[in-house]
Design a protein around this ligand. Structure first.
Ligand code: NAP
Ligand code: ZN
Length: 347
């Protein structure tokens, strides 16, 4: 065991503050990583504030981790001390069920273990995430990171990148398809970059007029302000695919109406309240309303390699960890361009 500095929420209503945690000594299949950067995902905020229920306290969020390997267990073959490595939203799963065997560890039938707020399989407690100086993770859940790209801008790929890449791949988004990305935040801006890289015609659907220029700079071909009825009317029945990344409660039917026949809307955003959708909104036009959870380990590695090859990274604002509470407030106001990343040297 070693002591490690971290930032934790002690309750749903308390701000994050310094706290010392214990990390296990690396077991034979473990990799110990000194964390250099950790992205700030809206899921961190939902969890720290117990907006989904079930948060265990103290809670150390953070699942967009990039760092340097400091030690490895005796059976580790993929990594050695000094390597740059990444950890995303998962740190364990059974590795035996059909989903795990298919590389879909996020849907492990026996329960995957999230990087934070997950129950350790050996009963030793619950997981604490990347707002900390170091982490110890099973080798199978550690990702290889290219040294070609800036590490702080790679960190958000570990959640925002894979969460948008996976549904785009699953639904075979391809050249010429009309794709909308709903919500221009951490996930949304990666969704735009990735869908553009796959050859789609991409429209940004946003409730923030101030984001139009950025959406175009990120590669979107069109920007639609969702509060402008005239603009929305023009894209009614238009899209093959909508990727919904909105973090707050919203009207799903409004967006289902923008799909053409056989269109698909995938929710990755996870607002606290349940969705209200009438069956007729799907029946008329044979539409699909689907969801997607992050991505499995093989696909996360594929996405990291794809991004290295296509020079795709996140647009980041690097912050000191003492500013994390202010960053949460800014994230709630939509004032993030487009991912906060904590420089762990400031901890
Ligand atoms: P974020 O950076 O805060 O972005 C969310 C975006 O939603 C905002 O930028 C905003 O875009 C839009 N939005 C916010 N409030 C809105 C409102 N009241 N009405 C309409 N639009 C609103 O968050 P994120 O980190 O990208 O995460 C987005 C969601 O995905 C969160 O719920 C998170 O928990 C979830 N998530 C899911 C997975 C998964 O595996 N499925 C993985 C990671 C995160 P505009 O200003 O452009 O409208
Ligand atoms: Zn996340």
């Amino acid at each position: 065991m070693s002591s490690t500095r971290s930032y934790a929420a002690q309750s749903a209503s308390s701000p994050l503050a310094p706290w010392t945690i214990k990390r296990r000594a690396p077991k034979p299949h473990d990799v110990e990583i000194e964390i250099l950067y950790c992205g700030v995902c809206h899921s961190d905020l939902h969890t720290a504030r117990d907006e989904w229920g079930g948060t265990k306290y103290p809670c150390v969020p953070g699942h967009e981790i990039v760092g340097r390997v400091t030690a490895v267990g005796e059976h580790v073959t993929k990594f050695k001390a000094g390597d740059i490595a990444g950890v995303g939203c998962l740190v364990d799963s059974c590795q035996e069920c059909d989903n795990c065997k298919d590389g879909l560890e996020q849907y492990c039938s026996n329960g995957m273990v999230g990087t934070y707020n997950g129950n350790e399989k050996d009963g030793s407690g619950y997981t604490l995430g990347g707002y900390s100086k170091s982490i110890v993770v099973r080798e199978e859940f550690v990702l290889r990171i290219s040294d070609k790209l800036p590490l702080e801008a790679v960190a958000p790929l570990l959640c925002a990148g894979i969460t948008t890449y996976s549904p785009l791949r699953h639904w075979k988004v391809s050249k010429g398809q009309k794709v909308a990305v709903l919500g221009l935040g951490g996930l949304g801006h990666m969704g735009v970059k990735l869908a553009v890289s796959m050859g789609a015609e991409v429209t940004m659907l946003s409730h923030s007029p101030s984001k139009e220029a950025d959406a175009k700079r990120l590669g979107a071909h069109q920007f639609v302000l969702t509060s402008d009825a005239e603009q929305v009317k023009k894209v009614s029945g238009y899209f093959d695919f909508i990727l919904d990344t909105v973090s707050a409660d919203h009207d799903y039917t409004f967006y289902l109406n923008l799909l053409r026949t056989n269109g698909v809307m995938v929710c990755v955003g996870a607002p606290p309240a349940p969705a209200q959708v009438h069956a007729f909104n799907l029946i008329m036009g044979r539409k699909s309303f689907a969801g997607s959870l992050i991505g499995g380990i093989p696909e996360t590695q594929e996405m990291l390699d794809y991004c290295a090859e296509h020079n795709i990274v996140s647009d980041v604002e690097v912050i000191a960890i003492k500013d994390i509470n202010e960053a949460y407030e800014r994230m709630l106001k939509g004032d993030v361009r487009y991912r906060f990343v904590i420089d762990m040297a400031t901890l």
